[in-house]
Design a protein around this ligand. Sequence first.
Ligand SMILES: [Zn+2]
Length: 65
Amino acid sequence: MPDPTCPICGKPTVPALRPFCSKRCADVDLGRWITGQYVVPGPDTEDEEALLDSKALLDKKGSLG
Ligand SMILES: [Zn+2]
């Protein structure tokens, strides 16, 4: 079984800071995560469209019934 390594820099993991090797790398990962969450580039609209589509289908069904 290979030793666990830090997903940020690839150094050996420190058990207290798993899965990272240092507080710094944990912060880097957290920063990436937060930016991924709050800075959403375009493709989100696709989900919205799909949502509207399914709602339209439900409305049609409703008017038929
Ligand atoms: Zn690291």
